[in-house]
Design a protein around this ligand. Sequence first.
Ligand SMILES: Nc1ncnc2c1ncn2[C@@H]1O[C@H](COP(=O)(O)OP(=O)(O)O)[C@@H](O)[C@H]1O
Ligand SMILES: [Mg+2]
Length: 212
Amino acid sequence: MGGGLPSGSLTLIEGGSGSGKSVLSQQLIWGALSDGYRVHLFTSESTVRSLIRQMETIDLDILDYVLLGKCRIFPVALSKSGISALPTLLDACNNLDSDLIVIDSITGALTHAADSSVTMQFFQACQRITGRGTTLIVTLHDEGMPNEVMNSIRSMCDANLKLRTEKDGQRIIKLLEVAKIRGASSGTGSIVGFDVEPGWGMRVIPISKARG
Ligand SMILES: Nc1ncnc2c1ncn2[C@@H]1O[C@H](COP(=O)(O)OP(=O)(O)O)[C@@H](O)[C@H]1O
Ligand SMILES: [Mg+2]
């Protein structure tokens, strides 16, 4: 990933359902916790207990960090909160003293956004949060989002990781494209093939093999 995600950056992880957005963000959360950072996760998909269990099954055991208060998990029903979802979420983020905030995923909240200007305002507010030194990672299922809105969001982010699945003969492979990392030490645009294996987590597959 070109030397990694810079601290104080805003990262967009985008991809369809099952493409690996949650697993990739969990891997990044694990990395940050291992490096001693304080992490806050807003999850629209899990309870605290189910998330800890699920991460444990891919060899990312965060229980100690949760018990120590280094990792805090907030389940949020973003798709049920209507138009209050984005302001409430931002309010919560603004009041955190955090090194890394992860929102997995923002999709449900954006589908309730009145128009694209509300979505843009949300990402502008995210930029202000990162301006104070907090690293922010937002995952998004881009289905149904207008192309021009997606392009505006991407341009507002410091890093953009795109996930997709591709059919390769009999099997489905997952691909991670590093579309952008601002200030990356090496060139971006690289594509990595990977799989998610129980008991292991993300396993990188050499791209030539991934592509057959
Ligand atoms: N704990 C796990 N053990 C094995 N496979 C998993 C686990 N968690 C997720 N996966 C698999 O990894 C893939 C990506 O899942 P996920 O990251 O949840 O996708 P997304 O968040 O993009 O919808 C899926 O194929 C899913 O079945
Ligand atoms: Mg997910």
